[in-house]
Write a protein that binds this ligand. Sequence first.
Ligand SMILES: *Cc1c(COP(=O)(O)O)cnc(C)c1O
Length: 229
Amino acid sequence: MSVIAANLQAVHRGIAAAAQQAGRAPEDVALLAVSKTVSPGIVREAFEAGQRAFGENYVQEGVEKIIALADLRSQIAWHFIGPLQSNKTRLVAEHFDWVHAIDRLRIAQRLSDQRPAGMAPLQVCLQVNISDEASKSGVAPDEVPELARAVAALPGLRLRGLMAIPEPATDPAAQRQPFAAMRTLLQSLRAAGLPLDTLSMGMSGDMDAAIAEGATIVRIGTAIFGVRT
Ligand SMILES: *Cc1c(COP(=O)(O)O)cnc(C)c1O
């Protein structure tokens, strides 16, 4: 078995264990393989090991990879998970299936306008600044309901839920706190009538805590592909 295939298997085992611990079904937690800085050949290896969803942070790199792996295009869901500037929205709208880090209406409007007519709506999440760090991107929790309503109304997009990258913490209880706040925020949006089903949260270092608090997509790079250089 290749290293990548073995790593994927180990991550799946970790997801299953964390889900079971939380009384959740393992299949309710999807694995997004974060392939930033990883070559198309290695992504293909992960595909051959059964992985079907990949996350990219940089527009140019991501689009080049999608084109290099065009023969697999219909079988892969490509997620754009990085920060997005308005001059790059067109490439993302034309090539990706998901965008996780929407934090202002202007970007969402551009993505909706630029989504090609023949493609399914772009699946999107709002990035929430859940640890309230001045330097981090994401919308403040109290501004989420208004932005969610506006984004949900855009025809080229389908709002699926919320995404966060909390402040790093090593203690499991400290890791769970912002993820719990995300779960509560999603519940309040659902109670207000928005049909949301996605919490994109948890990376290699805090996956278990995110699953314990309801993550439906974990975004894992290092544990699959190794440490990025
Ligand atoms: C790089 C990255 C990840 C993956 O992080 P790892 O620690 O390598 O698992 C997840 N989400 C986002 C937004 C990232 O930029």
